[in-house]
Structures are given as C-alpha cells and as structure tokens.
Design a protein around this ligand. Structure first.
Ligand SMILES: *Cc1c(COP(=O)(O)O)cnc(C)c1O
Length: 386
C-alpha cells in the first residue's frame, strides 16, 4: 500500500528538446513552417514514404483537414469503428457527415473489414480505419473494398507512428493518414500531429487548407507573387517551438520504439499463464503487422468484474485504466452517427478491456508489481501455480 505510484503514462523526453527550442528562439523563428518543421516533414516523408507530410497542431486537426480535402458535405456517410477516440468521428461530423459505426474484429479490435461492404450506401464517401494500439487494420481488404466503390480511405494512425503493415508505414496506405504526437502517444510534442498525404492529387490543396485556405506556402517558395484566399481552410499548423521539440523526439524514435517493445513483450510473457488459465486474453498481432508497442491491453474473461480489478489497481497506486466508451452509445454519437448492425464485439470489449502502464523508463520490477496486483485481484495466486 505504501509503494510508489506507477503512473499509466510518463512522457519520455530525450534531453535535446530544450536545446532545439532554444535554437528556434535564438533565431527568432517562432511561427510555423521554419527549419524544424521542414526537418520534421522530410523525416516523416522519408520514414513513411508518403507523398507529403504536413505537421498539424493535433491528429484531430489532421483528420479535420482530411474531411475538408475530401469535400465532405452534409448528407455524406463515413464508415468507421465505434471503438475509437471521438476525433475520428467528430472531424467528419463537423462537415455535416454521418459517421456510420461498424463493429471491430475480436482479435485486433480494429474495424472488421468483412463488415465494411455491407455498410456502404449511395451516400458513403470514405472509410476511416483506426489502427488500435498501433496494430494495423487489414488494409489490403479495406483498400480493395474502397476502390471497388470509389471511396476514399483516411487512416486514423494516431497510435501508429513507427508501426507497419506488410512493410508499409501506417498512415501511408490510404489516400491520407493522420498521426498524433500528443503527450500520451509514443513520439510526442505535448499536442501535435501530422497529416500524411498519399494521393499526389491532394498534396497542393492540403497545403492551402492548412494555411487558412491561402496559397501562402507557394508564396513563400516564390512560386506566386502574392497570396490570396483560395478556398475553405483554417490554421492547422503548429509553431516552430513545437516542431523543435518534436525533432528531438524524431531523432530518438527508433530507440523509443525498441524500449517500448521490450516492456510490451515483458508484459506479454508475464501474462501468458493468465491467458492459459482462461481469465484474460492478451493482445493479438497478426503476422503482417509490425506494431509499435503503443499500448499493452488485456481483455478480462466476461465473468470477471472489471471494476473490482480496477479498484485493486487504484488501491495499489497503479495507473491501469479502461478505454473508449463506444461512440455509438455516446450522446453525440447517437445524435450525429448511426450503428451499422449490432456492435456486439465493440460492446463486449469496451466493458472488458484494461490498459496497463507502459512508458519508456518503466522497469521490469514495476511490471512484475503490476502483474502481481492483477493476479491478486483475479484471486488466482494459487490456481495458476500448477
Ligand atoms: C490520440 C488519438 C486521436 C487524437 O489525437 P490528438 O493528437 O490528441 O488530436 C485520434 N484518434 C485516435 C485513435 C487516437 O488515439
């Protein structure tokens, strides 16, 4: 009871962030699209293979940009999972579209690609797969379905930085992808995000939408002699101080991912006996997916009372938490969206899922304590020994 708290998340800092911020400060470059932003763009384009990367002030902003880029209008429908963060739906609902919620797969908790086709109507415009926990959706099937119906695909890859599907970076497979650099993600800048544009036909409009609907980016490159209002847009770009911070993180992104993977695998090993004992299920990573250890979650067996387990973690100062309230059962989800068919898997996993503490610097000893508390809560101490 008197042990040190183990927080759910602890933002990792590489040590170079302040130095880079000081550099931007010294150069008097504070607005966006300066040298650090350009470095970040080049890194993202190189690492993901996207046509154009654009830093935004959040993944939410990148998703909102994607809705503007696709000219989403009132009456349009956009297919997505219900088991996701609000921004996935909100970005499209803001343009008047109706989110259509499709159930998720039992194994990955990602949009069930086998159900997508049956959710398509004459009003469907786009599909938004969400790569939960940095594990890829079944993108080949989703892309094939989308192309057959001439739909656009926007990957919500908020959790997917440094993860891949069949060797391709998440966010680089659909027409567009969106990353998050929020403090709770793997590579961070406090608030932050990026739009990845993969369809070359969308690249120049993406710049315009991000710069208040103007061709300011072209003006600064000397391609036009004045900049003017071209179309609907907003201010979606972060300032240089954020980009400077983010650059320090990008430099360490491989190391951050490796360290997280070690902790992830350690939980996975420690929890194997509990899975064998039938009290929980561990995450599943399909063989085509290389994940980034964004999250370690477990699914309790249906007969276990999650609240008792969560209370036990809380009592022991351990930040283990549940996750999404499915959007189809949220007030705004009911107002703006609709469920396609029953969402039984979504409803079930939402009630059974627990995320364990996972951050760079978490020790093996701390992880053992987390698992010990879990075992105690499940009252399994004796029964899994044999
Ligand atoms: C974190 C997250 C977002 C939002 O990211 P922000 O950068 O905070 O806007 C959107 N979708 C998913 C799936 C997320 O996990």
């Amino acid at each position: 009871m008197n042990e040190n708290p183990i927080p759910f998340n602890w933002p990792y800092m590489t040590g170079k962030e302040i130095g880079y911020i000081a550099e931007a400060h010294a150069e008097g470059q504070l607005a966006g699209d300066g040298p650090f932003t350009r470095r970040c763009h080049a890194w993202l384009e190189d690492r993901s293979g996207c046509v154009k990367a654009l830093l935004t002030h959040s993944c939410t902003a990148a998703l909102e940009m994607s809705a503007l880029l696709l000219d989403i209008e009132p009456g349009d429908e956009v297919i997505m999972p219900s088991y996701t963060f609000v921004s996935t739906a909100n970005a499209f609902a803001l343009r008047g579209a109706q989110p259509v919620f499709v159930d998720v797969r039992e194994d990955t908790l990602n949009l069930d690609e086998r159900l997508v086709e049956s959710a398509i109507t004459a009003r469907t415009r786009a599909i938004v797969p969400v790569h939960y926990a940095g594990v890829a959706c079944e993108m080949d099937t989703i892309m094939t379905t989308a192309r057959r119906h001439q739909l656009k695909v926007v990957e919500d890859a908020a959790q997917g930085v440094m993860a891949s599907y069949k060797g391709r970076a998440l966010g680089s497979i659909g027409d567009m992808g969106a990353y998050s650099f929020h403090e709770t993600k793997n590579v961070i800048s406090g608030e932050g995000g990026s739009l990845l544009v993969n369809d070359p036909g969308l690249a120049s409009r993406a710049e315009i939408i991000r710069e208040k609907g103007t061709d300011r980016s072209r003006f600064f490159r000397g391609e036009v002699d004045k900049y003017t209002w071209q179309e609907l847009g907003s201010s979606f770009l972060p300032g240089e101080l954020i980009a400077a911070f983010l650059w320090a993180q990008f430099e360490e992104a491989d190391r951050i991912t490796r360290k997280r993977l070690v902790s992830w695998q350690n939980y996975h090993n420690l929890l194997a006996p509990l899975e064998a004992g039938g009290v929980l299920r561990r995450p599943v990573v399909p063989k085509d997916c290389r994940h980034n250890a964004h999250m370690y979650y477990l699914l309790l067996a249906p007969e276990i009372d999650r609240q008792i387990v969560l209370d036990e973690f809380k009592k022991n100062n351990i930040g283990a938490v549940f996750h999404y309230v499915p959007l189809h059962s949220s007030p705004a989800g009911q107002k703006f969206g609709r469920a396609h068919g029953d969402l039984n898997v979504t409803d079930s996993v939402a009630q059974r899922l627990i995320r364990l503490p996972l951050w760079v610097g978490l020790t093996a000893g701390q992880q053992e304590r987390v698992v010990a508390v879990l075992k105690n809560a499940l009252n399994l101490k004796g029964s899994i020994a044999h």
